[in-house]
Design a binder for this molecule. Structure first.
Ligand code: DSN
Length: 438
């Protein structure tokens, strides 16, 4: 594997003669340019299975590196605190209109810097410190910002948590209803970061209406599946939809808050001036591009293929004795309890990384181990599907995972080395979008 940029001197000799990939960067800061090129090569050569990661298109990448970066624009289109917004207003309006149309919500705010600030804005909009929020517990698959204790959302607000059933690994709406009736939260979050099953937005909405709570659907992980019609939509059930833009949606690192007309003003005021300063306009532009891409038939086919690949991978892993939380998946994500394999999640994740298969260690529901050294790993198919890797390849992927997990138990590094070259061959045959290397 070469990790050197053309044009950049290497430890072994003078610069290659071909043009550098990032000429201005290579000239101004060769050290940083070399790191960027090395990361490009790493992303090209590895099987990236982290379910929250993806490859953006060249167009999204280009939009996020434009001179829109140079502008300050506190406020909203037509109501800014700075002049010179003739173009920026159009960029933000375009992004917001595309978001509203794609997710069929009345209102879209495309300014949140990322998912955690977006969710914090929800608290700014609907709660006062000390008020109660009901969300899925972090070890059960929820997100830190759904009221978990170590997050500001759990220390400034009163977090109450629902989980998944021990026997099914799925959310129990009876438990959610009981908690909501007993605790009377102002906000209920549905969704999470390690949820392999369809979210029942209608069921959550019924509980929110019954208990007078605002329902927030955090669809960060599945936004692209929703956009592509491969997961039910939270519209018209959720009052607010919170999402990042860089996971299955395949946009830049950013976020959006969508809402009903009733809550539009509260959401906007919470994002600015409540929580943030100037929006990152280059990101807004890239979000607009990603939303345009996500409205195409090609993207819908992609979203369905993500699910097909995840199901195929789940079936192949189950057949090899892997214990999948909830028994499988409805979406892009698999949560695997490695207890029966006698390998801790972190040991497995590090061995897989050495084999060129990138995953993250993850707690599993009712995990007896600590969060930084848990029992499971979390994997997903958004990035590999962006490379056009088909369901037929999932048997090989499952076999690699199986062999590496076993090798991590026995200390068999030669198997890990062999698999790294097999992984690289598959990656070479399916170049990733947006990368200047194949
Ligand atoms: N860090 C994201 C994830 O990996 O799911 C959630 O914020």
């Amino acid at each position: 594997m070469t990790t050197h940029a053309p044009g950049i001197p290497t430890a072994n000799g003078p610069a290659p003669t071909t043009a550098p990939r990032h000429p201005a960067l290579a000239s101004a800061d060769p050290d940083l340019a070399a790191l960027v090129v090395a990361e490009e090569q790493l992303q090209a050569d590895t099987l990236r299975l982290i379910p929250s990661e993806n490859y953006v298109s060249a167009a999204v990448l280009e939009a996020s590196g434009t001179v829109l970066q140079n502008k300050y624009s506190e406020g909203y289109p037509g109501k800014r605190y700075y002049e010179g917004q003739q173009i920026i207003d159009q960029v933000e309006t375009l992004a917001a209109e595309r978001a509203r149309a794609l997710f069929r919500m009345d209102h879209a705010n495309v300014q949140p810097y990322s998912g955690s600030p977006a969710n914090l804005a929800v608290y700014m909009a609907f709660l006062k410190p000390g008020d109660t929020v009901l969300g899925m517990g972090l070890p059960m698959g929820g997100h830190l910002t759904h009221g978990w204790g170590v997050s500001a959302t759990g220390s400034w607000f009163r977090g109450v948590r629902y989980g998944v059933r021990r026997d099914t690994g799925r959310v129990d709406l009876d438990e959610v209803r009981e908690l909501a009736l007993a605790e009377r939260p102002k906000v209920i979050f549905c969704g999470g970061t390690a949820v392999p099953r369809t979210i029942d937005f209608a069921g959550f909405a019924e509980i929110a209406r019954e208990t007078g709570a605002v329902l927030v659907a955090d669809v960060a992980h599945i936004a692209g599946l929703i956009a592509g019609g491969a997961h039910p939509s939270p519209a018209p059930y959720a009052d607010v939809v919170s999402t990042t833009t860089h996971k299955t949606l395949r946009g830049p690192r950013g976020a959006m808050l969508l809402s009903t007309a009733e809550h539009a003003r509260a959401i906007d005021r919470a994002v600015f001036p409540g929580l943030q300063g100037g929006p990152h306009n280059q990101t807004t532009a890239a979000i607009a591009v990603a939303l345009r891409e996500a409205a195409t038939p090609d993207f819908s086919a992609y979203a369905h293929q993500v699910v097909t690949n995840a199901r195929a991978l789940g079936d192949e892993l189950s057949a090899r004795g892997f214990d999948l939380v909830s028994g499988g998946t409805d979406n892009h994500l698999l949560l695997i309890d490695l207890t029966a394999k006698d390998v801790p999640g972190k040991t497995a994740a590090k061995a897989l990384d050495r084999a060129g298969i990138v995953v993250n260690h993850n707690t599993v529901p009712y995990d007896p181990r600590k969060p930084f050294d848990p029992s499971g790993i979390r994997i997903g198919t958004p990035a590999l599907t962006s490379r056009g890797i088909p369901a037929a390849a999932m048997a090989a992927v499952a076999q690699w995972i199986d062999q590496v997990v076993e090798a991590s138990r026995t200390g068999d590094e030669s198997t890990i080395t062999r698999i790294r070259s097999e992984v690289k061959a598959l990656m070479d045959s399916h170049p990733a979008p947006g990368l200047p290397v194949g």
